[in-house]
Design a protein around this ligand. Structure first.
Ligand code: GLN
Length: 491
């Protein structure tokens, strides 16, 4: 049998379904790969060896008993450490939750188990999903398998690095401003942010509740679609979950793979043009646009005049929501407690715990958000940002009257060297220039590899209307059918 770690999730599921490989063999091969390379990649914060093998044995037993298993049964998956996992450490990349073992599974993890996937472990991330490089993780950065001196993106860099390093064929991320798509772009993998509310936030440790969206990461568009179908759909335990079925993303990916985009209209956002994508990214994107045209798509230029205010609006809304959400980390209920020597007041213990438990970026956001929400400044900052959010939504709505989907480079630049942007927060924030608008709007977005720039991967983003996630899969799969997938040099 050829190396299963090099296979797609679809291929692995096929092997397990026919009995050509057992789920235990598949799982063990991935655990061996993690043991061999993760010292250099640091994609995982926790590898759940025993849990993974037990889950795999269960799948094998059920298959042997003749049970009908789903399309991803026996496929290993790596889960971003932002999602709660019953009895398995969940840190959110923060010291403040070190050692916390949640008493319950998030809905996403519950559905992964129900689909018969095998959870390998929890992946590294920027603390509380704030960042674009994993350098803000309290547990050291993950490294990009394409060049281990470079960042794998963030905040879900661990999940993307695990895919690119062939440690897992599937992974879960969460996207508040780009944390699924940007890591996908810089590691040459596929990352999809579903429509907000299309995937459940129950058990997703909150950063910015009106933006946070869990979603699938994979090495192919079809694999991402299969994972999306497995985790998506209504969840009564999340009040913002949409009571509608998941669009048929798997059929859309299969349709796209035929390479025919005739009748599909794609918009290129004028305002993203002049702005700041580096030349190699622009060149790869332009080449992909030519490819999409050859596949039959009609390309239209569309102005979305308010997109230029998306980044500043996001950096008021997301910190505001975070300052409220992170108030719960008080040294009383979860994880770390510092200075509780019997002589200190509750307030002092809370303050010492938060001082010791949160890293500098998280503190910066809490302070920014608290300031933006304070009386006297609320209207000028938070209120104004919400108005901008409405204008951005209107730009999307107007654009989708003319085109089926919008396309752009996913990121302005390829994977940068570790340390290159940590001293200037604004430089780090720019990584999400092109991904943030669709979070503010709530529509789906996907990043699919479209080429290389100086030997490093470039992603193309497809943004679709809310609840039309299938459209972006069709376009992404068509592009993939033409340009192929991208494999990093051997680690
Ligand atoms: N990089 C952005 C931030 O730091 C987005 C993060 C995310 O999507 N979780 O907020």
């Amino acid at each position: 049998m050829t190396d299963v770690t090099a296979m797609t999730a679809t291929q692995i599921a096929g092997l397990v379904a026919t009995g050509a490989a057992s789920a235990v063999e598949v799982t063990q091969a991935h655990l061996d790969r993690i043991a061999a390379v993760d010292g250099r990649v640091n994609a995982f914060l926790h590898v759940d060896t025993d849990g993974a093998l037990a889950a795999a044995r269960d799948i094998d037993a059920r298959r042997a008993a003749g049970e009908e298993l789903g399309p991803l049964a026996g496929v290993p998956v790596a889960v971003k450490d932002v999602l709660t996992t019953k009895g398995v450490p969940t840190t959110v990349g923060s010291k403040i939750l070190e050692g916390w073992r949640p008493p319950y599974d998030s809905t996403i993890v519950e559905r992964l188990r129900a689909a018969g996937t095998v959870m390998l472990g929890k992946t590294n991330m920027d603390e509380f999903a704030m960042g674009s490089s994993t350098e803000y993780s309290a547990y050291g950065p993950s490294r990009n398998p394409w060049d281990t001196d470079r960042i794998p993106g963030g905040s879900g860099g661990g999940s993307a690095a695990a895919l690119a390093a062939y440690e897992a064929p599937l992974a879960i991320g969460s996207d508040t401003g780009g944390s699924i798509r940007q890591p996908g772009a810089v590691t040459g993998t596929v990352g999809a942010k579903p429509t907000y509310g299309g995937t459940s936030r129950y058990g997703l440790v909150a950063f910015s509740s009106s933006l946070d969206t869990p979603g699938p990461c994979a090495r192919t568009v079809l694999d991402a679609a299969l994972l999306h179908a497995a985790i998506g759909g209504h969840d009564p335990r999340d009040s913002t979950s949409i009571p509608a079925p998941v669009p048929d993303v798997v059929a859309a990916a299969k349709l796209g793979a035929t390479g025919d985009l005739s009748g599909v209209r794609l918009g290129i956002v004028t305002e993203f043009g002049g702005e700041g994508a580096e030349p190699g990214v622009t060149a790869a994107f332009n080449e992909a646009v030519d490819t999409l045209t050859k596949l039959g798509a009609e390309i239209v230029e569309i102005s979305c005049p308010h997109f230029r205010y998306a980044l500043p609006a996001y950096y008021l809304i997301a910190p505001s929501e975070c300052s409220s959400n992170l108030a719960r980390f008080d040294g009383v209920r979860f994880g770390l407690r510092t200075g509780d020597d019997g002589n200190r007041s509750l307030e002092e213990v809370m303050s010492l715990t938060r001082e010791a438990g949160f890293g500098p970026e998280v503190k910066r956001r809490i302070m920014l958000g608290t300031y933006a929400l304070s009386s006297g400044y609320y209207d000028a900052y938070y209120g104004q940002a919400q108005k901008v959010r409405t204008l951005i939504t209107r730009d999307f709505t107007a654009a989708f009257e003319r085109v089926d989907a919008l396309i752009s480079p996913t990121t302005p630049f390829v994977a940068f060297p570790l340390g290159a942007r940590t001293s200037d927060p604004y430089q780090m924030y720019l990584a999400d220039l092109f991904t943030i608008p669709s979070n503010l709007y709530g529509g789906p977005g996907i990043s699919v590899p479209c080429g290389l720039s100086d030997g490093l991967p470039v992603g193309l983003q497809v943004m679709a209307p809310t609840l039309a996630d299938d459209r972006m899969y069709r376009v992404a799969a068509a592009l993939e059918s033409a340009v192929g997938t991208f494999t990093p040099p051997a680690l």
